[in-house]
Design a protein around this ligand. Structure first.
Ligand code: NAP
Length: 436
């Protein structure tokens, strides 16, 4: 028998469990730990609430979760309730599927000012992550600045500008829906330190900005390279740039009906966040691309007004004492997912915050191959029986998958009209919803 502990119940965790099941069938026991009483990680608290079709992938994880030899072990904080070293003593393989939950700092003055948030915090707020549910961003000002040219920047800009009606069918949490409905934001500036050809935004997500009820995107035609140069782009990127070209061509008459603007400011590198106590603006330096395609400052600076700033410039994993970590890349030091025999990492904890949800599937299968090489038929450890004993000794209040299904039911029962659920945003509330 092989005993595998997976830490983190997001996509990387569940794909690894699926791969372990495919590899060993009945000859493996998999325990999937999560610090929250609810599963699915980024699917629940990262994917935008108005992207329900993407969230639907959790149904696939549910199939894995309900296998007899796969267990969800929720409400257990690894590092506090039980250490990684203890799990290594109990399981043949411990897999870190902990994602990259921390904002990468921009490293510029003023990041600590009021109403400046990283995307992990801001996205966590509108998605009801218990850690960020009380963020309470101040939306009473007119100008929001979103830093970064990736899909998270698009999510944030879109969520900031949608009307309450446009959230119908989404699972945006009530506190965010109410705050956004009262928002005064009428200008969102998306700062990109490089140009239109260097964006990390995918076509579908970019195209959505062209169909918003009260907001309209703006691109300065002067920022766009010669159209012929698009031919050298990879097809997906070409499609994205075509969206930018169509935004640049939107007639002023069309904008008259759109009180909110989402302006792309390219070749604009943030140098400092300005303000006293609260943010009032972002100092930006105009850039040009150097011969390696990197942003190089031109010395020309200007200030973009800002009452709210959200940095969407990537994430990093949380280091674990004693586990080798690559600080610059923000992920665990590993070779093809192996940190050392018996200890592995997958998903963003392995490669850093890149790729789509589906990218984690091959990652999960590949790490199971490494595990198979290392543990053979198992190393005689106690596995879940050993953990259960420890949990009892420490009086841990473990939340099972069956408990989660009750929480899920309660969330569905209290959903507003048309919404799939109203999430609990507080751990104690989640635990109460599980009932006796
Ligand atoms: P990302 O795709 O890596 O984009 C980060 C952006 O931040 C880049 O434009 C980068 O510019 C910029 N940046 C980094 N450091 C900066 C700095 N110091 N100053 C200014 N700009 C800076 O990261 P992400 O948007 O957080 O997304 C993470 C992953 O999740 C991506 O793979 C993304 O596609 C995925 N995701 C997908 C969806 C979806 O499919 N719907 C939604 C959300 C997220 P440079 O290029 O110049 O470095």
């Amino acid at each position: 028998m092989r005993h595998v502990a997976i830490i983190g119940s997001g996509p990387a965790g569940y794909y690894t469990a699926e791969a372990a099941q495919k590899q060993w069938g009945d000859d493996v026991r998999v325990d999937i730990f999560d610090m929250l009483p609810v599963p699915y990680g980024l699917i629940r608290t990262g994917v935008a609430p108005d992207h329900q079709s993407i969230k639907g992938v959790s149904r696939r994880y549910e199939t894995t979760a309900q296998l007899d030899n796969v267990r969800f072990v929720g409400n257990v904080m690894i590092g506090e309730d039980v250490t990684v070293a203890e799990l290594q003593g109990l399981y043949d393989a411990v897999v870190l599927a902990t994602g990259a939950p921390n904002d990468r700092p921009a490293g510029i003055p003023g990041e600590g000012l009021g109403n400046v948030f990283g995307s992990a915090a801001f996205v966590g707020w509108y998605n009801g992550h218990p850690q960020f549910a009380k963020l309470n961003p101040d939306l009473s000002g007119k100008h929001a600045v979103v830093i970064g040219n990736g899909n998270v920047a698009l999510d944030v800009a879109r969520i900031l500008t949608k009307t309450a009606g446009e959230f119908t069918g989404s699972d945006i949490v009530g506190h965010a829906l109410h705050a956004l409905a009262k928002s005064h934001v009428e200008q969102v500036t998306i700062l990109g330190r490089r140009g239109p050809h260097q964006i990390a935004m995918t076509p579908k997500e970019l195209g959505e900005l062209g169909h918003l009820e009260r907001a309209c995107p703006r691109v300065d035609p002067a920022d766009l390279p010669e159209e012929g140069e698009d031919l050298f782009l990879e097809p997906g990127q070409r499609k994205s740039v075509t969206h930018l070209r169509s935004f640049a061509a939107i007639p002023e008459a069309f904008r008259a009906d759109k009180p909110v603007e989402i302006a792309f400011d390219f070749f604009a590198s943030p140098k400092a966040i300005l303000g006293e106590g609260q943010v009032s603006g972002v100092e930006v330096e105009r850039t040009a691309l150097d011969s390696n395609g990197r942003a190089s400052g031109t010395g020309e600076t200007y200030v973009v007004p800002a009452s709210l700033v959200i940095t969407c410039i990537g994430y990093k994993s949380s280091p674990i004492p004693g586990v080798p970590f690559e600080e610059s890349a923000g992920r665990f030091a590993n070779a093809e997912g192996r940190i050392l025999p018996g200890l592995y990492c997958v998903g963003w904890a392995r490669r850093g915050p890149s790729g789509t949800i589906g990218t984690n599937r091959p990652d999960g299968f590949s790490v199971v191959e490494r595990i198979a090489e290392d543990i053979g038929a198992g190393t005689g450890k106690h596995g879940r029986a050993g953990f259960d004993k420890l949990a009892e000794e420490r009086k841990l209040d473990v939340v099972t998958f069956r408990d989660w299904k009750k929480i899920e039911e309660a969330e569905a029962a209290r959903a507003r009209d048309g919404a799939p659920r109203e999430k609990f945003v507080d751990v104690a509330e989640m635990i109460r919803a599980r009932g006796e």
